[in-house]
Design a protein around this ligand. Structure first.
Ligand SMILES: [Fe+2]
Length: 444
């Protein structure tokens, strides 16, 4: 058998949050200076960007100045701001500004703030949507703000394969692990992640740590801090909620789902997904990727079978529409499945085991960003035959799309040197390649 459970177990003694006076949490200098700057895709195809930031003392301005590299021509986009209260916490002024109609494949500089306290950043728009466009995504989940979290971000930055956009599979700040869901942890997390999130889009997925439902504190609006702080282009895909939506980027079609919103038949998310999947044109975007927080295939003890109800409802569609990869987080470890499906069961026929299925996605759990809750080290034994590789270490993934048929996924564990990959697989596009394939595991 070729299932692999590595004996490598990461020392997670550093699973404590970095102290508040750490340099990664530093408040930028200057009165009311914009902080926690982050960007995400702002439309369906990548010509828009949503820029978000927080001013602590007064609203200031919600306007973004921006200009293309090698251009004298300065443009302005006007956004808006909001603020929220959570129990005994009051947020700063949270600005969101969407820039539309950017040129593809172009570097833009942008500036936020006013007076003497402006700050400049830059981003690069993706190439036009098309079938053979190479593009590289980073995969991070369950990051938190511990020393391990910082190592994960540093390894991502230092990876010789340069990610251009991060697919984030949920659980951001872990503020809710602290008394009264200490929302200052959302602020420190925003400052911690700015060093990457201000320069490349993070495609956000909501996790359980974003729910912040706390009736004992009088807080009954689920996802309040998350949705106030992170704005998403959900209306561009005809979604009615920022918790599920889709984007196209380069040669990919990315569907983001919410494990913690109603997903049963007749619910808004279900009805949206039913309409969404047939819209994916694999001639235009060969790579179909799904992000959700709770994994459908997970052989760790932690969160075992939590994704089962979603799997029962949605797995058959992932097979029917030949989803290439499903990325999830939640479990604080790494796991990669073989291409399997378990969709034959119909109450009485007894067909309830995963079987090899070349139309099925690979399921990758990458909830190993390094948060305060530590690693999930306990695994179900024996390793199920559908599970190809599992290891309880922190790390990040890189999905390096080469063309319409080939993509190379690698998982970098934090323990290793920057260039060392612990697990890797060539992914052959489910739509464009013959279903018979062999997995090449390079660099093992
Ligand atoms: Fe989670």
């Amino acid at each position: 058998m070729d299932e692999k459970t590595t004996t490598f177990v990461r020392d997670d003694s550093l699973s404590v949050d970095m102290p508040i006076d750490s340099d990664v949490f530093r408040v930028p200098p200057g009165y009311n200076a914009p902080q926690q700057v982050h960007i995400t895709q702002g439309d369906h195809v990548g010509k828009g960007v949503i820029i978000s930031w927080i001013t602590p003392h007064e609203p200031g301005s919600s306007t973004v100045k921006y200009w293309a590299e090698n251009s004298e021509f300065e443009l302005k986009a006007h956004g808006f701001y909001l603020a929220y209260k959570y129990f005994n916490y009051t947020s700063g002024y949270i600005h969101h500004c969407t820039i539309h109609n950017l040129e593809f494949d172009t570097k833009y500089y942008y500036e936020v703030g006013i007076g003497n306290t402006t700050r400049q950043f830059w981003f690069k728009t993706p190439p036009p949507v098309g079938p053979n466009v190479p593009y590289t995504f980073g995969l991070i989940g369950d990051l938190g703000q511990t020393y391990n979290s910082n190592t994960t971000l540093t390894h991502y930055e230092k990876n010789p394969v340069k990610g251009q956009t991060i697919l984030y599979v949920g659980d951001l700040s872990y503020a809710d692990d602290f008394p009264y869901h200490d929302n200052t942890k959302w602020d420190t997390w925003g400052r911690f992640t700015e060093r990457i999130a201000a320069y490349q889009p993070w495609i956000w997925t909501a996790g359980n740590h974003e729910i912040d439902f706390a009736p004992e504190l009088g807080e009954t609006r689920p996802f309040k801090p998350y949705t106030c702080r992170y704005h998403l282009p959900y209306t561009a895909s005809n979604s009615t909620s920022p918790l599920w939506y889709s984007i196209k980027r380069a040669s990919t079609y990315i569907i983001v789902l919410s494990s913690y919103s109603a997903f049963g038949k007749y619910t808004p998310q279900y009805k949206w997904l039913v309409k969404e999947l047939p819209k994916v044109n694999r001639t235009e975007t060969p790579w179909l990727i799904v992000l959700m927080h709770s994994p459908m295939y997970n052989s760790y003890v932690n969160h075992y079978m939590e994704g089962e109800t979603v799997r029962v409802l949605y797995e058959k569609w992932f097979v029917e529409y030949k989803v290439d990869v499903v990325f999830a987080g939640h479990v604080h470890a790494y796991e990669r499945s073989k291409r399997v499906s378990n969709i034959a069961y119909s109450i009485v026929n007894g067909l309830h085991n995963p079987i090899n299925d070349q139309s099925a996605p690979v399921y990758i759990t990458i909830g190993d960003g390094g948060n305060i809750e530590g690693l999930a080290t306990a695994m179900t034994e024996p390793q199920p035959s559908y599970s190809a590789y599992r290891e309880a270490s922190f790390g990040h993934g890189i999905l390096d799309i080469k063309n319409r048929t080939h993509a190379y996924f690698s998982w970098n564990r934090n323990q290793d040197g920057y260039a060392v990959v612990a697990d890797s697989i060539w992914l052959y596009n489910r739509y464009w390649t013959h279903p018979e394939q062999t997995s090449l595991a390079l660099f093992r």
